[in-house]
Write a protein that binds this ligand. Sequence first.
Ligand SMILES: C[S@@+](CC[C@H](N)C(=O)[O-])C[C@H]1O[C@@H](n2cnc3c(N)ncnc32)[C@H](O)[C@@H]1O
Length: 258
Amino acid sequence: MKSLLNKIHNINCFSLFEQIPNESVDLVCVDPPYGIGYGPWDVWKCKAEFLVFCHKWISECFRVLKPSGTMWSFMGYQNLIDFVLTLKQYGNVHLENWIIWARAKGRSSSKHLKSQREDVIHVTKSKEFTWNNLKVLREVICPYMKDGKPRGWFIDENGKRVRWTGLGNIWPYTSPFWKSKNDKLIHPAQKPFLIIERLVLLSSNEGDIVLDPFSGSGTTAIVCEEHRRSYICSEQNVQYFNDSIARLEKFKESKVAD
Ligand SMILES: C[S@@+](CC[C@H](N)C(=O)[O-])C[C@H]1O[C@@H](n2cnc3c(N)ncnc32)[C@H](O)[C@@H]1O
Protein backbone atom coordinates (compact mmCIF):
# COMPACT_ATOMS: atom_id res chain seq x y z
CA MET A 1 0.00 0.00 0.00
CA LYS A 2 2.82 2.41 0.99
CA SER A 3 4.33 2.14 -2.51
CA LEU A 4 1.04 3.39 -4.02
CA LEU A 5 0.98 6.62 -2.02
CA ASN A 6 1.54 10.12 -3.41
CA LYS A 7 1.54 9.03 -7.04
CA ILE A 8 -0.64 9.29 -10.08
CA HIS A 9 -0.55 5.80 -11.64
CA ASN A 10 -0.91 5.31 -15.39
CA ILE A 11 -3.21 2.33 -14.93
CA ASN A 12 -6.80 1.18 -15.24
CA CYS A 13 -8.42 1.92 -11.87
CA PHE A 14 -9.60 -1.68 -11.49
CA SER A 15 -5.98 -2.86 -11.53
CA LEU A 16 -5.20 -0.22 -8.93
CA PHE A 17 -8.16 -1.27 -6.74
CA GLU A 18 -6.73 -4.83 -6.66
CA GLN A 19 -3.72 -3.45 -4.79
CA ILE A 20 -5.67 -1.43 -2.20
CA PRO A 21 -6.62 -3.25 1.03
CA ASN A 22 -10.12 -3.15 2.51
CA GLU A 23 -10.98 -0.13 4.67
CA SER A 24 -7.69 1.68 4.13
CA VAL A 25 -8.77 4.97 2.51
CA ASP A 26 -10.21 8.04 4.26
CA LEU A 27 -11.72 9.89 1.32
CA VAL A 28 -12.65 8.96 -2.24
CA CYS A 29 -12.98 11.91 -4.58
CA VAL A 30 -14.46 10.63 -7.85
CA ASP A 31 -15.11 12.35 -11.14
CA PRO A 32 -16.21 9.34 -13.18
CA PRO A 33 -17.34 9.01 -16.79
CA TYR A 34 -20.90 10.42 -16.91
CA GLY A 35 -22.29 7.96 -19.48
CA ILE A 36 -22.93 10.68 -22.05
CA GLY A 37 -20.15 10.10 -24.58
CA TYR A 38 -18.33 13.22 -23.46
CA GLY A 39 -14.90 11.84 -24.39
CA PRO A 40 -13.26 8.66 -25.66
CA TRP A 41 -13.26 7.36 -22.08
CA ASP A 42 -17.05 7.65 -21.93
CA VAL A 43 -18.40 5.42 -24.71
CA TRP A 44 -20.95 2.73 -23.82
CA LYS A 45 -23.13 0.38 -25.89
CA CYS A 46 -26.18 1.23 -23.76
CA LYS A 47 -27.17 2.65 -20.41
CA ALA A 48 -27.20 -0.83 -18.81
CA GLU A 49 -23.54 -1.29 -19.68
CA PHE A 50 -22.71 2.12 -18.18
CA LEU A 51 -24.56 1.24 -14.96
CA VAL A 52 -22.71 -2.09 -14.64
CA PHE A 53 -19.48 -0.06 -14.85
CA CYS A 54 -20.78 2.30 -12.12
CA HIS A 55 -21.63 -0.66 -9.87
CA LYS A 56 -18.15 -2.01 -10.39
CA TRP A 57 -16.27 1.12 -9.33
CA ILE A 58 -18.73 2.08 -6.57
CA SER A 59 -18.42 -1.33 -4.89
CA GLU A 60 -14.62 -1.07 -5.03
CA CYS A 61 -14.71 2.43 -3.53
CA PHE A 62 -16.89 1.25 -0.66
CA ARG A 63 -14.67 -1.77 -0.10
CA VAL A 64 -11.53 0.37 0.33
CA LEU A 65 -13.18 3.15 2.36
CA LYS A 66 -12.67 3.18 6.12
CA PRO A 67 -15.89 3.05 8.22
CA SER A 68 -15.43 6.78 8.93
CA GLY A 69 -14.77 7.47 5.25
CA THR A 70 -16.55 9.58 2.70
CA MET A 71 -17.06 9.41 -1.02
CA TRP A 72 -17.78 12.53 -3.05
CA SER A 73 -18.79 11.86 -6.64
CA PHE A 74 -19.52 14.22 -9.51
CA MET A 75 -22.29 13.36 -11.98
CA GLY A 76 -24.10 15.06 -14.85
CA TYR A 77 -27.88 15.50 -14.89
CA GLN A 78 -28.43 12.97 -17.69
CA ASN A 79 -27.70 9.88 -15.55
CA LEU A 80 -28.03 11.45 -12.12
CA ILE A 81 -31.21 9.63 -11.07
CA ASP A 82 -29.90 6.20 -12.11
CA PHE A 83 -26.58 6.98 -10.46
CA VAL A 84 -28.10 7.92 -7.10
CA LEU A 85 -30.41 4.87 -7.21
CA THR A 86 -27.32 2.74 -7.90
CA LEU A 87 -25.58 4.25 -4.87
CA LYS A 88 -28.62 3.61 -2.70
CA GLN A 89 -28.56 -0.10 -3.55
CA TYR A 90 -25.63 -0.41 -1.18
CA GLY A 91 -27.48 -1.10 2.07
CA ASN A 92 -25.30 0.81 4.50
CA VAL A 93 -24.80 3.95 2.41
CA HIS A 94 -25.83 7.31 3.86
CA LEU A 95 -26.60 10.19 1.53
CA GLU A 96 -25.26 13.18 3.49
CA ASN A 97 -24.95 16.13 1.10
CA TRP A 98 -25.76 17.08 -2.44
CA ILE A 99 -23.93 20.01 -4.02
CA ILE A 100 -24.88 21.78 -7.20
CA TRP A 101 -21.87 23.15 -9.00
CA ALA A 102 -23.36 26.18 -10.79
CA ARG A 103 -20.68 26.43 -13.41
CA ALA A 104 -22.19 29.19 -15.59
CA LYS A 105 -20.47 27.97 -18.74
CA GLY A 106 -22.39 25.25 -20.59
CA ARG A 107 -22.65 23.73 -24.02
CA SER A 108 -25.48 25.09 -26.16
CA SER A 109 -27.84 22.66 -27.82
CA SER A 110 -30.63 23.18 -30.36
CA LYS A 111 -33.01 20.86 -28.45
CA HIS A 112 -32.05 21.24 -24.81
CA LEU A 113 -31.52 24.01 -22.34
CA LYS A 114 -27.88 24.88 -21.92
CA SER A 115 -26.79 22.85 -18.90
CA GLN A 116 -25.13 25.11 -16.37
CA ARG A 117 -24.86 22.67 -13.48
CA GLU A 118 -23.17 19.50 -12.41
CA ASP A 119 -23.93 17.63 -9.20
CA VAL A 120 -21.61 16.38 -6.49
CA ILE A 121 -23.01 13.65 -4.23
CA HIS A 122 -21.69 12.92 -0.76
CA VAL A 123 -22.15 9.42 0.64
CA THR A 124 -20.69 7.80 3.74
CA LYS A 125 -20.47 4.34 5.24
CA SER A 126 -21.65 5.38 8.69
CA LYS A 127 -22.95 8.39 10.57
CA GLU A 128 -19.53 8.76 12.24
CA PHE A 129 -17.82 10.30 9.22
CA THR A 130 -14.98 12.83 9.13
CA TRP A 131 -16.35 16.36 8.77
CA ASN A 132 -14.71 19.76 9.10
CA ASN A 133 -17.35 22.43 9.25
CA LEU A 134 -16.04 25.14 6.89
CA LYS A 135 -17.39 28.68 7.25
CA VAL A 136 -17.59 31.38 4.61
CA LEU A 137 -17.91 35.15 4.79
CA ARG A 138 -21.19 36.27 3.24
CA GLU A 139 -22.90 39.63 2.76
CA VAL A 140 -25.78 40.12 5.20
CA ILE A 141 -29.24 40.49 3.68
CA CYS A 142 -31.10 41.19 6.92
CA PRO A 143 -28.79 43.15 9.24
CA TYR A 144 -30.45 42.36 12.57
CA MET A 145 -29.52 44.48 15.58
CA LYS A 146 -29.69 43.63 19.29
CA ASP A 147 -29.41 46.34 21.94
CA GLY A 148 -28.27 48.73 19.20
CA LYS A 149 -25.42 46.43 18.12
CA PRO A 150 -25.05 44.24 15.02
CA ARG A 151 -26.20 40.68 15.74
CA GLY A 152 -23.50 38.35 14.42
CA TRP A 153 -22.30 40.60 11.59
CA PHE A 154 -19.67 43.27 11.08
CA ILE A 155 -18.54 45.79 8.48
CA ASP A 156 -15.60 44.63 6.39
CA GLU A 157 -12.78 46.71 4.84
CA ASN A 158 -14.98 47.48 1.81
CA GLY A 159 -17.76 48.85 3.99
CA LYS A 160 -19.99 45.81 3.39
CA ARG A 161 -22.08 44.16 6.11
CA VAL A 162 -20.83 40.58 6.33
CA ARG A 163 -20.98 37.56 8.63
CA TRP A 164 -19.34 34.17 8.93
CA THR A 165 -21.82 31.47 8.06
CA GLY A 166 -22.01 27.77 7.14
CA LEU A 167 -21.08 26.71 3.64
CA GLY A 168 -24.13 26.25 1.40
CA ASN A 169 -24.72 23.54 -1.18
CA ILE A 170 -24.76 25.68 -4.32
CA TRP A 171 -21.22 26.41 -5.45
CA PRO A 172 -20.76 28.95 -8.20
CA TYR A 173 -17.37 28.38 -9.81
CA THR A 174 -16.39 28.96 -13.42
CA SER A 175 -15.12 25.88 -15.25
CA PRO A 176 -11.39 25.94 -15.87
CA PHE A 177 -10.54 27.55 -19.20
CA TRP A 178 -7.35 27.98 -21.19
CA LYS A 179 -6.19 30.98 -19.19
CA SER A 180 -7.72 30.37 -15.74
CA LYS A 181 -5.53 31.36 -12.85
CA ASN A 182 -4.38 28.18 -11.06
CA ASP A 183 -6.51 26.01 -13.35
CA LYS A 184 -5.20 26.27 -16.91
CA LEU A 185 -7.25 23.82 -18.95
CA ILE A 186 -5.39 20.65 -19.93
CA HIS A 187 -8.31 18.19 -19.86
CA PRO A 188 -11.78 18.50 -21.43
CA ALA A 189 -13.52 17.52 -18.18
CA GLN A 190 -11.20 19.29 -15.75
CA LYS A 191 -12.80 20.32 -12.46
CA PRO A 192 -11.99 23.56 -10.64
CA PHE A 193 -9.16 23.36 -8.12
CA LEU A 194 -11.31 25.31 -5.63
CA ILE A 195 -14.12 22.71 -5.69
CA ILE A 196 -11.83 19.74 -5.14
CA GLU A 197 -10.03 21.74 -2.45
CA ARG A 198 -13.27 22.31 -0.56
CA LEU A 199 -14.24 18.62 -0.78
CA VAL A 200 -10.84 17.58 0.54
CA LEU A 201 -10.88 20.13 3.38
CA LEU A 202 -14.45 19.22 4.40
CA SER A 203 -13.89 15.47 4.49
CA SER A 204 -10.28 14.75 5.46
CA ASN A 205 -7.52 15.75 7.82
CA GLU A 206 -3.79 16.19 7.35
CA GLY A 207 -2.08 12.85 6.71
CA ASP A 208 -5.31 11.15 5.56
CA ILE A 209 -5.35 9.02 2.39
CA VAL A 210 -7.37 10.34 -0.55
CA LEU A 211 -8.18 8.16 -3.57
CA ASP A 212 -9.09 9.48 -7.04
CA PRO A 213 -9.57 6.59 -9.49
CA PHE A 214 -10.31 8.82 -12.53
CA SER A 215 -7.72 11.50 -12.07
CA GLY A 216 -7.69 13.29 -15.45
CA SER A 217 -5.60 16.45 -15.11
CA GLY A 218 -4.42 15.53 -11.59
CA THR A 219 -6.39 18.18 -9.67
CA THR A 220 -6.94 15.92 -6.65
CA ALA A 221 -3.23 15.11 -6.41
CA ILE A 222 -2.35 18.81 -6.50
CA VAL A 223 -4.91 19.70 -3.83
CA CYS A 224 -3.52 16.90 -1.64
CA GLU A 225 0.04 18.18 -2.13
CA GLU A 226 -1.12 21.64 -1.09
CA HIS A 227 -2.96 20.43 2.02
CA ARG A 228 -0.65 17.63 3.17
CA ARG A 229 -2.95 14.69 2.42
CA SER A 230 -1.58 11.45 0.96
CA TYR A 231 -3.08 10.47 -2.37
CA ILE A 232 -3.50 7.54 -4.70
CA CYS A 233 -4.66 8.44 -8.20
CA SER A 234 -5.11 6.52 -11.44
CA GLU A 235 -5.48 7.76 -15.01
CA GLN A 236 -5.55 5.23 -17.84
CA ASN A 237 -5.03 7.62 -20.77
CA VAL A 238 -1.30 8.12 -21.47
CA GLN A 239 -1.65 11.68 -22.75
CA TYR A 240 -3.73 12.87 -19.77
CA PHE A 241 -1.41 10.98 -17.43
CA ASN A 242 1.69 12.68 -18.88
CA ASP A 243 0.03 16.10 -18.81
CA SER A 244 -1.07 15.61 -15.20
CA ILE A 245 2.42 14.56 -14.12
CA ALA A 246 3.87 17.68 -15.77
CA ARG A 247 1.23 19.82 -14.01
CA LEU A 248 1.95 18.14 -10.66
CA GLU A 249 5.72 18.55 -10.99
CA LYS A 250 5.31 22.22 -11.90
CA PHE A 251 3.06 22.69 -8.89
CA LYS A 252 5.56 21.05 -6.54
CA GLU A 253 8.23 23.48 -7.81
CA SER A 254 6.19 26.69 -7.83
CA LYS A 255 3.21 25.92 -5.55
CA VAL A 256 0.94 27.38 -8.24
CA ALA A 257 -1.62 25.00 -9.79
CA ASP A 258 -1.14 26.11 -13.35
C1 LIG B 1 -14.23 13.10 -15.99
S1 LIG B 1 -12.54 12.84 -16.31
C2 LIG B 1 -11.73 13.35 -14.81
C3 LIG B 1 -11.31 14.80 -14.81
C4 LIG B 1 -10.61 15.22 -13.53
N1 LIG B 1 -11.48 15.27 -12.40
C5 LIG B 1 -9.93 16.59 -13.69
O1 LIG B 1 -10.16 17.52 -12.89
O2 LIG B 1 -9.15 16.74 -14.63
C6 LIG B 1 -12.47 11.11 -16.22
C7 LIG B 1 -11.08 10.53 -16.47
O3 LIG B 1 -11.11 9.15 -16.12
C8 LIG B 1 -10.26 8.43 -17.01
N2 LIG B 1 -10.73 7.04 -16.97
C9 LIG B 1 -11.87 6.53 -17.48
N3 LIG B 1 -11.99 5.23 -17.19
C10 LIG B 1 -10.89 4.91 -16.45
C11 LIG B 1 -10.45 3.71 -15.81
N4 LIG B 1 -11.14 2.58 -15.89
N5 LIG B 1 -9.29 3.75 -15.11
C12 LIG B 1 -8.56 4.90 -15.02
N6 LIG B 1 -8.93 6.05 -15.61
C13 LIG B 1 -10.08 6.06 -16.31
C14 LIG B 1 -10.46 9.12 -18.35
O4 LIG B 1 -9.35 8.92 -19.22
C15 LIG B 1 -10.64 10.58 -17.93
O5 LIG B 1 -9.42 11.29 -18.01
